[in-house]
Design a protein around this ligand. Sequence first.
Ligand code: F6R
Length: 245
Amino acid sequence: MNIIVAKDYKEMSQAASQMIEEQITKKPDAVLGLATGGTPLGTYKELIRSYKEGRADYRFLSTINLDEYVGLDPEHHQSYRYFMNQNFFQFINIDKKNTYIPYGKTEGLEQECRRYEEVIDTVGPPDLQLLGIGENGHIGFNEPGTSFDSETHIVHLTHSTREANARFFESMEDVPTKAITMGIRSIMKSKKIILLASGERKADAICQLIHGEPDEQFPASSLKNHDDLTLIVDEDAYKKVQRKG
Ligand code: F6R
């Protein structure tokens, strides 16, 4: 595991975008695995800037996102499809048909899970997967207790995850109760993984990730079995590790 400790959120985002830019330069038709949430927003901003400065070309690139809420239309302002379009895709020259996100509005959820895993296997697996981490160690929507053998599947969101995401919805009742997510095994298929964490809120999770053993009760610990994992964390998220070490 490589660990990069950045000064703050901005430096963390710059370090991540630089690694992604190098990947695109090395392989213009690379496949990027992408995440939503607050953590990668700064990385997307940096990537948009580098695109505008002519340092990256997304024409031949494909992206595969980790997850999507069940029941939200892609046009819904809280859907992850909408998030990706608004915060990244609309600003770069990527062909939208090469951007993959699970479709959560379908009746055939099991079929959608199988279709998506096939996308991962045929379009992907990603050359580089970008991840955030939940305070309880979740990655994607894989909550504690998820099997390390899981592929794309439906999850019932825990109260704490729904609460953490409630800030984006008008009320707690509007927060979806289910999601489609790439499983742990699907994520592990990626050739390279970058996990980002910023802020004190993530300090316990980062401490456990670095010091703990792989354990299904802490989904991110599965990544310790990956042979090309880079953590990019800021000083606040790394605080507890330093104290212990
Ligand atoms: C998002 C995702 C989630 C987030 C995690 C952290 O696609 O898969 O696992 O990465 O919940 O969220 P933030 O970045 O908002 O703290």
